[in-house]
Ligand binder design. Structure first.
Ligand code: NDP
Length: 294
């Protein structure tokens, strides 16, 4: 497994299994399958409601805990210094671990940024105390990162944002690169482009002719091409699947290489259309919901 070095020196497997929208009752099987196939990085979140099942699969596996990179996210309802420290306790207890490898803030709260900063200060405290090995953010745009860097001391190790060929967020990727923040792609195979909520005119990036042409040229699948595109751009990718054959397929991406022309053809697919919520509009009133204690 290829690894990436975070700005703190911690090594992170470049490819992980995402479990957003994986129902709790299917999570254990998906994570077990992934670990058996060779995945060593799982991306979950307090808000996904499946940290417990992720932890169970990890404990039941034959893979030593220290060989598995666990990433999870604090939900906005648990922002604020003390609330975020408690959010860590809840996630660690559900995962059944003492230490989390990478803990990130799930979203900025632009209209309540002091609370976001307080949450990040709690992550800094958890890092200083060795409760987490690295800290970071998700869905932070350049303005949010600028404000965060001004108010805190530890540069986030990771910014996890929507990245697929139809929406590449070049401004935030450039900002991350300039500050030593690793880009991590959510929806790396464009999952959000075929969620029902994407709109009636949705078209899956997996079916884009440029993607299928490159896939055919390499004897690989469209999903494998998109993961390769992310990896060759130096990003971390965390594809989600609950199906054995796809979990295997998504890991089988380390035996081929896209050419510079192929990378450029995929880069050219930008549509400017965001699939996820507009980060500037995320508020507690609109998106807040309690994260259960257990
Ligand atoms: P992905 O790009 O990973 O796509 C997942 C979708 O693609 C699912 O519908 C899956 O279905 C399908 N799929 C998986 N593998 C293949 C394949 N080889 N060929 C064809 N279809 C395939 O999108 P996600 O939005 O799930 O993002 C991945 C992860 O990123 C999440 O699980 C989560 O960990 C993270 N994320 C983070 C967000 C954030 O705000 N920080 C927001 C959204 C996601 P099936 O399961 O049936 O195989």
């Amino acid at each position: 497994m290829q690894t990436l070095t975070l700005n703190s020196g911690v090594q992170m497997p470049a490819l992980g299994l995402g479990v957003f929208q994986t129902p709790p009752q299917e999570t254990r099987a998906a994570v077990t399958t992934a670990l058996e196939l060779g995945y060593r990085h799982i991306d979950t979140a307090a808000a996904y409601g499946n940290e417990r099942e992720v932890g169970e699969a990890i404990r039941d596996s034959k893979v030593p805990r220290h060989d598995i990179f666990i990433e999870t996210k604090i939900w906005i309802s648990d922002y604020g210094y003390d609330a975020t420290l408690h959010g860590f306790d809840k996630s660690a207890a559900k995962l059944g671990v003492d230490q989390i490898d990478l803990l990130i803030l799930h979203q900025a709260l632009p209209s309540d940024f002091d609370r976001t900063v307080a949450a990040y200060r709690a992550l800094e405290k958890l890092l200083a105390d060795g409760r987490v090995r690295a800290i970071g953010v998700s869905n932070f745009m350049a303005d949010h990162l600028t404000a965060l860097l001004d108010a805190t001391s530890v540069v986030p190790a990771v910014n996890q944002v929507e990245i697929h060929p139809y929406f590449q967020q070049r401004a935030v990727l450039d900002f991350d690169d300039q500050h030593g923040i690793l880009n991590q792609a959510w929806s790396p195979i464009g999952g959000i482009t075929f969620y029902p909520g994407y709109g009636e005119d949705r078209k899956s990036v997996l079916e884009d002719p440029a993607v299928t042409r490159i896939a055919e040229a390499h004897g690989k699948s469209p999903a494998q091409v998109l993961l390769r595109w992310g990896l060759q751009h130096g990003r971390s990718v965390i594809p989600k699947s609950t199906r054995h054959e796809r979990i295997a397929e998504n890991l089988d991406v380390f035996d081929f290489e896209l050419t510079a022309d192929e990378l450029a053809a995929l880069d050219a697919l930008e549509t400017g259309r965001r699939g996820g919520p507009e980060p500037e509009t995320v508020t507690l009133a609109a998106y807040g919901r309690a994260i259960p204690e257990a």
